[in-house]
Design a protein around this ligand. Structure first.
Ligand code: ATP
Length: 191
């Protein structure tokens, strides 16, 4: 199967993430998308990052009965795990699958700074969702880069967390069952 890997902290998963994953799984040559929940992104502040098990659970709840699955592979690898290392691990563990990456045009622009980016491009395709008005420059036309027409909505998890702390409704911004989970567990109540 052709599997697209979508990495993120998903703190929490929101409709912006889900639209991207659903578009990739249903409107491109990919068969499935795996959401790879990162325990901790060293580039992001840690203080409002809730426990990875809750983030995994919310991602699972939001993607029930879909072509999107949730992977906890990064919990098993030494941290921080570079993308090339996670890809190599998955390719060895699941030789029956063909893995690709899913990323925004903003991430693609910094690809040359990634560990072993030449190997990533040599062995894996990258499905890109350009942000509005974004110029992908030299990457356009590269044989490993698939540029898609993914519809985007500008929601961020930061906005969701702040809204919950401020007791504003985020109905329709996140999946109803994820909202129930957050309320029952009292998550994100403090800004
Ligand atoms: P935060 O606000 O906490 O930084 P986020 O929602 O921007 O969270 P992640 O959960 O790490 O970030 O998202 C995973 C990936 O999806 C990231 O590469 C991020 O840039 C991208 N992304 C997040 N939200 C959107 C969106 N609404 N549209 C397009 N890309 C998004």
């Amino acid at each position: 199967m052709k599997i697209g890997l979508f990495f993120g902290s998903f703190n929490p998963i929101h409709t912006g993430h889900l639209i991207i994953a659903s578009y990739m799984a249903n409107f491109t040559e990919l068969d499935k998308v795996w959401l790879v929940v990162s325990p901790h992104n060293p580039l992001k502040e840690k203080n409002d990052l809730i426990h990875v098990h809750d983030r995994l659970e919310m991602a699972k709840i939001a993607t029930e009965d879909s072509r999107i699955e949730v992977s906890d592979v990064e919990l098993k690898l030494p941290q921080p795990s570079y993308t090339i290392d996670t890809l190599t691990y998955l390719a060895e563990k699941y030789p029956q699958h063909e893995f690709s990456l899913i990323m925004g045009g903003d991430n693609l622009r910094s690809l040359k700074k990634w560990k072993n980016y030449e190997a990533i491009l040599k062995y894996y395709k990258i499905f890109v969702y350009p942000r509005p008005g974004e110029d992908l420059g030299p990457w356009e036309g590269h044989s490993s880069i698939v540029i898609t027409d993914t519809p985007l909505i500008e929601i961020s998890a930061t906005f969701i967390r702040k809204s919950i702390a401020a007791k504003k409704s985020v109905q329709f911004f996140i999946h109803d069952k994820v909202l129930d989970f957050i309320e029952k567990k009292g998550l994100y109540r403090k800004a």
